[in-house]
Design a protein around this ligand. Structure first.
Ligand SMILES: NC(=O)c1ccc[n+]([C@@H]2O[C@H](COP(=O)([O-])OP(=O)(O)OC[C@H]3O[C@@H](n4cnc5c(N)ncnc54)[C@H](OP(=O)(O)O)[C@@H]3O)[C@@H](O)[C@H]2O)c1
Length: 284
């Protein structure tokens, strides 16, 4: 899992039509020493931004619970983090299943202790025209991107509030999307789930902020991950509309989003970077 992306990024550097490449070859190298000793849960840790964030947090001294459904990926990442001198725990979990989330929370508590940092990155993006009536995809996106985040927030709220009450830094980071603000054909339901998530985080800030739990919303633009690989409509996927966006814009890397998250959660505890929109420079 050397790169968290889908492999499109390499192509884009060479094919961005008629203009010199904008994407540097090196990955972000910032370090955040204040993360040492923190206990983090990252959902969506099997790939993309979640995997990159877990690696960054662990490299900076946090113990990290890796949550998503693919146990093999999580074990591979935990081993990679361990080999690099970090601490990570693979916790297979499905955020659409309450019992699975409850079981994961119990395991994290038993093996890592109280959680003080939660990054909710698990998500699915399944575009199709609304006329197609894909209630299977609508349900899956709502269950994962909205209710799934709520399940995870509920599971770790007690830990976050107790951490903050004890005078230590406590963070909830919601990975939403620029799609919460812009409309894009065929992405109506995905965009609606992300708008709901952004607004949910805004509301949670009013509940948690007064108790010193920081809530940050990160809204990435086009980023090179596995997200587009689940699109079942060829005209919209990596060989169609989405691929054309990759070629025209050039995506961010998962590591660049992880770097923004790392910066956000390593500020002094009274400083809340509450809403970050992180786009490739060429994305309008
Ligand atoms: N890539 C972009 O351009 C972009 C832009 C804006 C926002 N985002 C958002 O960024 C977040 C991270 O996505 P990504 O781009 O890094 O894509 P990704 O590589 O596909 O990562 C999504 C992760 O979510 C996990 N996941 C999906 N359903 C789950 C479930 N039911 N329970 C637990 N985990 C689940 C997946 O692992 P398993 O399959 O193993 O469960 C996967 O590791 C998402 O919320 C996405 O909406 C992405």
């Amino acid at each position: 899992m050397g790169t968290a992306g889908s492999g499109r990024l390499g192509d884009v550097k060479e094919t961005t039509a008629g203009r010199p490449p904008l994407i540097p070859s090196q990955e972000p190298t910032m370090s955040y020493s204040s993360l040492s000793g923190r206990v983090a849960v990252v959902t969506g840790a099997a790939s993309g931004m979640g995997a990159a964030t877990a690696k960054l947090l662990a490299a900076n001294g946090a113990a990290v619970a890796l949550l998503s459904r693919r146990e093999d990926r999580l074990k591979e990442l935990a081993a990679e983090i361990g080999a690099a001198g970090g601490r990570a725990l693979a916790v297979p979990a499905d955020v659409t299943d309450q019992r699975s989330v409850d079981g994961a929370a119990e395991r994290v508590a038993a093996e890592l202790g109280r959680v003080d940092l939660l990054v909710a990155a698990a998500g699915v993006m399944l575009p199709n025209p609304v006329d197609d009536g894909r209630i299977d995809e609508w349900t899956r996106m709502i269950d994962t991107n909205v209710t799934g985040v709520l399940r995870v927030v509920r599971a770790f709220t007690g830990d976050l509030v107790a951490t903050a009450a004890g005078g230590r830094t406590a963070d909830l980071v919601a990975v939403s999307s620029i799609a919460s603000h812009v409309s894009f054909p065929n992405y109506a339901v995905y965009s609606a789930t992300k708008a709901a998530l952004t607004h949910l985080a805004t509301s949670l800030r009013s509940e948690f902020g007064p108790r010193d739990v920081r809530v940050s919303t990160v809204e990435p633009g086009l980023t090179d991950t596995e997200l587009g690989a689940h699109i079942d409509n060829p005209s919209l996927g990596l060989d169609g509309q989405l691929g054309a966006m990759f070629d025209a814009i050039g995506p961010l890397s998962a590591e660049e989003i992880a770097d923004v998250i790392g910066f956000t959660v390593s500020r002094p505890r009274h400083v809340n970077l509450r809403h970050l929109v992180v786009l490739p420079t060429r994305q309008a």
